[in-house]
Design a protein around this ligand. Structure first.
Ligand SMILES: *Cc1c(COP(=O)(O)O)cnc(C)c1O
Length: 353
């Protein structure tokens, strides 16, 4: 366990937060973890009050995009403990993303101990309001001020946390994207790097204007096969088989995706990871063989899809009932996280407070 110095704020903002009415990502908790990479190594991390920081406008992340993030959640369990969901899996993915962007990986001691110490410091921000959580955002970016295009030599690692309420969205209307591309195989789709999101905004805005909530991305080569939603992975129930695109370098390997596939086995549902064509899903919805479609991601956990637009035609998927796979798996995941069901895969990291 690394010792991480904590400098506490004397002006907590927690009183300004209505924990029963949270807008995602709006409130940042009182403290943050900060660390710098310089002289070829990570310098000692520390926890300080959240606030403005100073950087040079020439910092390279702004110009050349070396910037990577993670997103996970901490929960207040029924017995009052705080648990973090699969931090080790998020840590490994973070380092895979960093490697893809030629950024220095972070040691587990800094990521994990820093994260747990930060959550301890701001434990009051993990409210016990049903369905709520503390969203955890570790990220790193190139902070070296220089205009030359090259791999930076100076970076910052920061962890912010933000209280999140239950995610009640109406079922998603997705537009299958066949003109624009989020990423291609060999690109950066599997990395949680900032550039993937900036480049998705334009096609997403077009979809929004046309009355859809999100884009369903297809492979960048032929636009024939389904990739993912761009902040969520996507799954379909096809003839009673839970079917999801097989991972490749264009698809982000979601921790929720992996958790849902694992729990499907426990629920006795067969799983297939394979290439899924847009045509197959179109025909399956029309014939009734596709009975469920949903997204998976840390923010929403499981988000139902009601409509998929394929080449200008809206296809409708029935609303998921209580007995649907997506509602059963969502419930099971929630029960594991809150300690109501045995955590047989050791997904919960309990923070001793
Ligand atoms: C974060 C993310 C997901 C979901 O991953 P989780 O680990 O389940 O939160 C899916 N697709 C993209 C592009 C993402 O950035």
């Amino acid at each position: 366990m690394t010792f991480i110095p904590v400098s506490r704020t004397n002006a907590s903002r927690i009183g300004q937060v209505d924990f029963k009415n949270l807008e995602f990502g709006l409130h940042i908790s009182d403290h943050m973890l900060v660390a710098e990479f310089s002289n070829g190594m990570w310098q000692d991390p520390k926890i300080v009050p959240y606030g403005q920081m100073q950087f040079f406008p020439a910092m390279m992340a702004l110009h050349y995009g070396q910037s990577v993030f993670e997103g996970m959640k901490a929960f207040r369990m029924d017995n009052g403990d705080v648990s973090v969901f699969r931090p080790g899996t998020h840590f490994e993915r973070f380092n895979r993303s960093l490697e893809r962007m030629c950024m220095p990986t972070v040691p587990p001691s800094m990521f994990m101990d820093g994260l747990f110490e930060l959550i301890k410091t701001d434990q009051d921000w993990v409210s016990g309001v049903p369905g709520s959580s503390l969203y955890l955002r570790p990220f790193s970016f190139a902070s070296e001020p220089r205009l030359k295009i090259k791999v930076a030599e100076k970076y910052n690692f920061i962890i912010l946390t933000s209280p999140a309420g239950p995610y009640h969205s109406k079922p998603y209307r997705l537009k299958v994207e066949t003109e624009y591309t989020r990423t291609v195989e060999g690109g950066t789709g599997f990395a949680k790097c900032a550039g993937n999101y900036g480049s998705s905004y334009y096609p997403m805005q077009l979809a929004l204007k046309e009355g859809y909530d999100q884009v369903l991305w297809t492979d960048g080569k032929e636009h024939r096969y389904i990739d993912e939603v761009g902040m969520m992975n996507v799954m379909f129930m096809v003839n009673g088989v839970l079917t999801t695109p097989k991972l490749n370098t264009a698809i982000l390997s979601g921790v929720t995706r992996d958790s849902v596939l694992t729990l499907a086995n426990d629920l006795g549902v067969k799983v297939e990871e394979r290439r899924i064509s847009v045509a197959e899903i179109g025909e399956g919805i029309r014939s009734g063989h596709v009975t469920e479609a949903f997204g998976t991601g840390t923010a929403a956990v499981v988000a139902p899809v009601s409509t998929i637009n394929i080449e200008g035609t809206d296809l409708h998927i029935p609303e998921p009932g209580d007995g649907s796979f997506q509602n059963r798996v969502k419930e099971k995941l929630e029960r594991i996280r809150l300690g109501r069901e045995p955590d047989k895969y050791s997904w919960n990291h309990i923070i001793k407070i």
